[in-house]
Design a protein around this ligand. Sequence first.
Ligand SMILES: [Zn+2]
Length: 176
Amino acid sequence: MEVFLEEKAFTNIIMSAAEVFKHECYGCLLGYKLDSSIIVETAIPFQTAERSFSAAELKRKQRAVIEKVLKTFPKLKAVGEYHSHPQRGDIKGSVTLSDSDIENIKMEDLEIVIAINDKQRSRQWKYNEDMTLSGSFSDYYFRMAAYYYNGYTNHEPLRTMLWCPSATGLRYKKGK
Ligand SMILES: [Zn+2]
């Protein structure tokens, strides 16, 4: 399974992680599945106004509402979720799944984790050998990874190739 992130989805995930930094952001991924790939067209951040609920509970409720509304849209489906791992003090955010992440990811879902850290220096967007995608914008350094169960054969979600031509193509624009 490969994941293709369209420009709108990429932008929304970046913005949503930066907006609430140094808190975590959560949201829903909308797109469609093909035989061996998932196309993510856009990403919608969950609004986290109700602090009385746990994050997992809140995500379930918000996801349910989004899916209900989406039924009237013929083309897009909720294909998964995303959330950020922000830097906390000196502890850098990483794209590794936590135990509770693994517990909360649904079998049929794609999960994109975006690590967001203070930027040390500007870096162009590129694909890495560990199947992550990384680069910087403004004061932040980002790294993204996609996870998927790959059918029902794996016991935990595996990292899967995340392609985003509109991110890596940024280097060709003038003036960085
Ligand atoms: Zn997490």
